[in-house]
Design a protein around this ligand. Structure first.
Ligand SMILES: [Zn+2]
Length: 473
């Protein structure tokens, strides 16, 4: 028999034990204001932000927005025009260059995550080489820590220009994190409370889910007049500049009220820290020495991705509609297989992925930017182009694909006739060799699929041929 005094003592001990147990408090801790971001920028390499530094300067200095940055790789596979370092040593150099560049904009919360610099223009190569799931976990963690109102990232779309697969991969992962950071079943260990917060052995992270409100992109496409591509003769004759009207536009010739100099100059200052990078640090240093910033006067054109705070115009100011009130988790549509009965010929690889990705993440704004896919290819370069034929017609089909190529192109490995069973999909790879041209020229390449002599689908691809300097395809 336990005495009533002993029962009271046990009750008090039990109550104290409960109160001291981690996670027993019902009060939700407030977010740490040191890390709270209005804008979270997600980029592939240190220096990718130089394309939009004029906007970042405006947001940081004059709109007093808190900006945090995730850089997915150390850009360790690139060249170095300033010192002898290469490989990982160059990566370490660029970590410091990047931190100093952002510091010039007053931005100190800069994280590098574990993607690996992957030269190429195929987003799937980058995602594969990065460790897609690991980097998505890292970016999701930082979305939950920084709790951004807006996520700003590279455009997940292949376009002609120095359109690096790592840039696209940053855009893909930032989009995925936008759509899932508020879902507690995604990386649940990140949103589980600590086992013993003041002690040791904590393997869960104590973060809270977070739904960002708006998603914007930027591009390094030719249309942007970047450090990579700035010859107006290379502009596509087939389409207007796809960035015009795709989102808000910010002048760089205006003077920052806070700093008393133009945003073009602030862009040059920010860029000048990247001394290792050809065409970035050296060009900016020369512009500052000459006090001539005409190369930095292109407006910053952002691309509207999506908004969860009303139906504002895509070209409205980035923060229009954002009040500071939290929004609930808003899941994206997710993947839905096509149900149309048909034989369908389409580009495979990254193009097939993107068609599904834009739909799954409700990025109709991006899906409509470039109705015809395009790429650049140097003189005599090889292009391994993936083609996919899907048969949902309800019966087996014999299909043959024929290429219609401009003069000078060759297709040494022509795919033969294909039998595709009902409900099946076949993936072909056609190898093309580009012509030798005296100057770059935009050309149209076409493939048509036939079944029993009848046309059942076609692909049109626009190529800026004879443009050297592109990345591997
Ligand atoms: Zn880059």
């Amino acid at each position: 028999m336990i005495s009533w005094k002993s029962r009271i003592a046990l009750f008090i001990l039990f109550t104290l034990a409960l109160a001291g147990r981690p996670g027993a408090s019902a009060a939700e801790p407030s977010a740490d204001e040191r890390y709270k971001a209005d804008i979270l920028l997600v980029i592939g390499h240190p220096d990718d932000e130089t394309f939009i530094a004029g906007y970042l300067a405006r947001a940081a200095f004059d709109q007093h927005k808190r900006i945090a940055v995730i850089i997915c790789t150390m850009s360790e596979a690139g060249g170095n025009v300033h010192g002898p370092e290469s490989g990982l040593a160059l990566g370490y150099v660029q970590v410091v260059e990047g931190k100093r560049a952002f510091s010039s904009l007053g931005i100190e919360n800069v994280w590098f995550v574990s993607g690996r610099d992957t030269p190429g223009q195929n987003v799937l190569w980058s995602l594969g080489n990065w460790g897609h799931g690991r980097v998505l976990g890292e970016v999701t963690r930082l979305v939950r820590l920084t709790r951004p109102e807006v996520i700003l990232t590279s455009l997940p779309l292949p376009v002609v220009g120095e359109n690096h697969g790592d840039h696209q991969a940053a855009g893909v992962i930032a989009t995925e994190a936008f759509d899932s950071a508020a879902d507690p079943t995604v990386f649940p260990e990140q949103v589980a409370a600590a086992h013993d917060l003041r002690g040791v052995g904590n393997l869960t992270e104590g973060l809270r889910p977070w739904q960002a409100k708006k998603l914007y992109f930027f591009s390094d496409a030719f249309d942007y007049h970047s450090q990579y591509w700035d010859d107006p003769k290379d502009a596509s004759p087939f389409r207007p500049n796809f960035l015009v009207g795709a989102g808000p536009e910010y002048s760089t010739t205006e003077v920052s009220p806070a700093k008393g100099v133009s945003y073009a100059r602030l862009t040059a200052v920010e860029s000048s820290f990247y001394l290792s990078q050809s065409g970035i640090g050296d060009r900016a240093t020369a512009a500052l020495a000459k006090n001539d910033f005409h190369e930095y006067t292109h407006p910053v054109r952002l691309i509207f991705g999506k908004s969860l705070v009303g139906s504002a115009s895509p070209t409205a100011e980035v923060f229009e509609g954002i009040t500071g009130a939290e929004v609930a988790y808003t899941p994206a549509a997710g993947f839905r297989p096509s149900s149309a009965p048909n034989l369908r010929l389409q580009l495979g690889g990254p193009w097939e992925f993107y068609a599904q990705f834009w739909s799954a993440h409700e990025l109709s704004s991006v899906a409509h930017l470039l109705p015809v896919p395009e790429l650049a290819l140097g003189n005599g370069a090889a292009l391994a182009l993936p083609l996919t034929i899907e048969n949902t017609s309800g019966s087996d089909a014999d299909v043959v694909v024929k290429a219609e190529l401009p003069a000078g192109w060759s297709e040494p490995d022509t795919p033969g006739p294909q039998r595709i069973r009902s409900g099946g999909t076949i993936r072909l790879q056609t190898l093309l060799i580009a012509p030798m041209l005296s100057q770059p020229q935009w050309q149209e390449l076409r493939w048509r699929a036939y079944s029993n002599g009848k046309p059942v689908g076609e692909i049109l691809l626009r190529v800026l041929a004879g443009k050297d300097g592109g990345l591997p395809q």
